[in-house]
Structure formats: structure tokens, C-alpha cells
Design a protein around this ligand. Structure first.
Ligand code: ATP
Length: 238
């Protein structure tokens, strides 16, 4: 792409006590780009996303939209156009679908709310008939769609997703990734953390591979997908 990247992470370090969970991680997401961050269990994917969204302490540099944000509070980042779909969705189970969506509308005016909700119910038609249902009563796939819709309510320029395929049947994973492609085509950049490498590489433009807290490979999604060494050693597709 042209111009400065939307997100630029340089030399990220995340530690938990003596454990360095993420070391020297550098990555970029361009405006409107769809990037996936892959790696096995414990590779450091969640820690990287949490550090970017300021839910974990980190050192190094995280530039978003041209600003250094590594010390900014998470709410400020949402205001700047970054939204996170956390691992295991973290919905408010005792609130309805509509109420969950409203919570995602951080920084949007009251006047915009109705229009945003309508947009989300158009993008995720399954949620329409469930709009008055409590979130806990939804199926896993429906809950994941709701978590994505809630994050989109802030109209982010960059959507971060932490393993959205977790616990979903293959058909639902495919549906959900199809939605992400649609969201990306409408102009939202995506950074997708996944263990499901093949599926993620089938929708992303570029990929990074993490192992033991370090980036061990990066390239176009097609390049990563056809590298048997990578797919076998780091991504569990041997
Ligand atoms: P997963 O798919 O299991 O979430 P991941 O690639 O997202 O894996 P992280 O969750 O970032 O990996 O974990 C990276 C390393 O840091 C692991 O060794 C993990 O045990 C460790 N770790 C993660 N969170 C903490 C924490 N709060 N305290 C101590 N160690 C942690």
C-alpha cells in the first residue's frame, strides 16, 4: 500500500515476571489490509494482541494512525479507531443482543446508534431475530458474530480478533471468516490471531508466524501457506 502503515509494532516485549512471552516482535498492518498472526498454543499471539490494545504491559513501540500509543489507555485507542474482539468473546450474557451492541458504540453519538445497530443487523442477519434475546442463550457461532458486531459498533479503522474460530464447527468458522472478508472489503483493516492457519491464510493478504514469542516468518498469505516447513513445524499442518 501507499503511505504510512495504520499499525506499526516495533520490538515489542511482553513479560510476565521472568517469562518473556513476546520478544522483538515487529509487524505492520496497512490501511485496509487483512493480516493474520499465526502460531501454536503459547506462541505469544494473545500477549501480542493484548499489548497492542493495552490490556497487557509491554515495552517497545506501538504506533497507530501515526501516534505512539504504547502508554495510552485502551479507551483512547478505541476512540482513535482500534477495536478488539477478545478471546472467548466476553459478551455480557445477561444483556440482550441489542444491549451488547450499544455497549460497543463507544465514542459514537446517541444520534448514530439506531443507524449503527441497523447496519450490524444487516451485516449479521442471524442476529436480527435474536435482537431481544439474552446473549448467553445464543449458540457459539451467534455469540461470535455478536462479539464482532459489537466491536464494529465503534466504526474501527482496525479490528483485532483473538482466535474467533475457537470452539466453532467448521461450517460456522467458514461463515464467520466470510463475514470478516466482507468487513475488510468495506474498508476496515484486520489483524486476526489464529491457530487455524489454513483458514486464516485463505482470507488474509499477509501472514506472520510466531514461535516461542518471536516472529519466525512473514510473507504473503500464499507464500506462507505453500511453505511446508512453516506449516509443519509451527502451524500444526505437518
Ligand atoms: P493461546 O493460543 O494458548 O492463547 P498464545 O499464542 O496466544 O497461546 P499467549 O497466551 O500469549 O500465547 O502466551 C504466551 C506465553 O506467555 C505462554 O507461555 C503463556 O503460558 C505465558 N502467559 C500468558 N499469559 C500469562 C500470564 N498472565 N502470566 C504468566 N504467563 C503468561
Amino acid at each position: 500500500g501507499t503511505g504510512a502503515p495504520l499499525l506499526e509494532v516495533v520490538d515489542l516485549l511482553v513479560r510476565y515476571g521472568d517469562i518473556e512471552a513476546v520478544r522483538q516482535v515487529s509487524l505492520k498492518v496497512g490501511v485496509g489490509e487483512f493480516v493474520t498472526l499465526l502460531g501454536n498454543n503459547g506462541a505469544g499471539k494473545s500477549s501480542t494482541l493484548k499489548a497492542i490494545s493495552r490490556l497487557a504491559q509491554a515495552s517497545g513501540s506501538v504506533r497507530f494512525s501515526g501516534h505512539e500509543v504504547i502508554r495510552e489507555p485502551t479507551e483512547r485507542l478505541v476512540g482513535m479507531g482500534l477495536a478488539l474482539v477478545p478471546e472467548r468473546r466476553r459478551l455480557f450474557g445477561g444483556l440482550t443482543v441489542i444491549e451488547n451492541l450499544k455497549i460497543g458504540a463507544y465514542g459514537r453519538s446517541h444520534a448514530e446508534l439506531a443507524g449503527l445497530i441497523e447496519e450490524m443487523l444487516e451485516l449479521f442477519p442471524n442476529l436480527k431475530r435474536l435482537s431481544a434475546s439474552l446473549a448467553f442463550s445464543l449458540s457459539g457461532g451467534e455469540q461470535q458474530m455478536l462479539a464482532i458486531a459489537r466491536a464494529l459498533m465503534s466504526r474501527p479503522r482496525l479490528l483485532l480478533l483473538d482466535e474467533p474460530s475457537l470452539g466453532l464447527a467448521p461450517l460456522l468458522v467458514e461463515q464467520m471468516f466470510g463475514k470478516l472478508v466482507e468487513v475488510n472489503r468495506q474498508g476496515t483493516a484486520i489483524l486476526l490471531v489464529e491457530q487455524n492457519a489454513r483458514m486464516a491464510l485463505s482470507v488474509a493478504h499477509r501472514g506472520y508466524v510466531l514461535s516461542s514469542g518471536r516472529i519466525v516468518a512473514e510473507g504473503s498469505a500464499a507464500e506462507v501457506a505453500r511453505d511446508p516447513r512453516l506449516m509443519g513445524a509451527y502451524l500444526g499442518h505437518g
